[in-house]
Design a protein around this ligand. Structure first.
Ligand SMILES: Nc1ncnc2c1ncn2[C@@H]1O[C@H](COP(=O)(O)OP(=O)(O)OP(=O)(O)O)[C@@H](O)[C@H]1O
Length: 287
């Protein structure tokens, strides 16, 4: 569905992303981890054509289905943004206009891409809010973003991002600004979207625990380059790059033995183990 091929991006001639290739298949969750400044957000923004004035794709291709996104003009990108590809951000409030009700923003988001009545648009939004476990979607529709808690706001932002039923959701640190319990709810909400709608998700984060919990494929960025790429189990168990090893070592253990936390991603031959439920616990999802 999405194929990034030997992508190079610079800001004012300084390279930020170098020779990056990766792929996201339909319905897959791909997690990209990496330290601050390694180029994760730049890579995501390049997909939606939002690199700003300084940012430039200097070579390489971004294929989405049969289109080369980096060759499309702003008008064509506008049609794709929000409809086929949508994006959610670390600060959920930044997905919303603070002086417009959430309901009105659902109507506006749908109105850009479809001829749809206000009633129908609100209905579609409320259905999504229900799927994301809001017991009172009508109240949410009448609220402003600042009236919601951080976790509610992020789930509402996910619903807004999903309202046009995009094939690909880009998520920039979707759980980082949230406390651990809400991180877990948000991670579960994203995984449910994949289950319910087959949405592919490309997510960048500092948090290898979130990736261990959610992703099918993992990439590790370091200094603008993708230094590791593969299936989650392969990367978490067979990390080769020193930065990946350090990231995995840095996952807190909370003094719990692995044996108490099945199921494992286990490589019995080498007796190396990473507990998926441990990362779930780190995310606040249970003990
Ligand atoms: N608008 C910009 N103008 C100039 N340089 C930029 C701009 N945005 C990002 N950069 C630079 O590009 C490099 C990659 O930044 P980017 O934000 O993509 O990293 P990141 O991995 O997403 O970091 P973080 O995890 O802190 O968000 C950094 O060196 C950063 O300073």
């Amino acid at each position: 569905m999405l194929n990034i091929d030997h992508l190079n991006i610079s800001y004012n001639h300084t390279p930020a992303v170098q020779d990056l290739s990766l792929a996201v298949g339909a319905g897959q969750i791909v997690g990209i981890a990496g330290e601050s400044g390694s180029g994760k957000s730049t890579m995501l923004r390049s997909i939606t054509g939002l690199l700003g004035k300084e940012g430039k794709i200097t070579s390489g291709d971004i294929w989405f289905e049969n289109r080369q996104l980096q060759l499309l003009g702003e008008k064509e990108m506008e049609k794709i943004r929000g409809k086929d590809i949508s994006m959610i951000f670390q600060q959920p409030e930044s997905s919303f206009d603070p002086v417009t009700t959430i309901g009105k923003q659902f109507c506006e988001a749908l109105g850009v891409h479809e001829k749809i009545s206000k009633k129908e648009a609100l209905g579609r939004g409320m259905e999504l809010l229900k799927k994301l476990h809001f017991p009172d979607p009508e109240r949410i529709m009448d609220s402003y973003a600042f009236e919601l808690s951080g976790g509610m706001c992020q789930r509402a932002a996910i619903a807004l991002g999903m309202v046009c039923n995009p094939k690909l959701l880009l998520a920039d640190e979707p759980t980082s600004a949230l406390d651990v319990t809400v991180q877990s709810q948000t991670a579960d909400a994203l995984m449910e979207l994949r289950e319910n709608f087959g949405t592919a998700i490309l997510m960048v984060t500092h948090n290898i625990g979130v990736i261990a919990y959610m992703a099918d494929y993992v990439g590790i960025m370091y200094n603008g380059k993708l230094v590791e790429w593969g299936k989650k189990e392969e990367i978490l168990l067979e990390a080769e790059h020193p930065y990946t090893k350090a990231l995995i070592r840095a996952v807190p253990r909370f003094g719990m033995s692995y044996e108490k936390q099945p199921p494992y991603i286990a490589d019995t031959e080498n007796e190396k183990r990473i507990s998926v439920s441990e990362t779930h616990w780190i995310l606040g999802g249970g003990k």
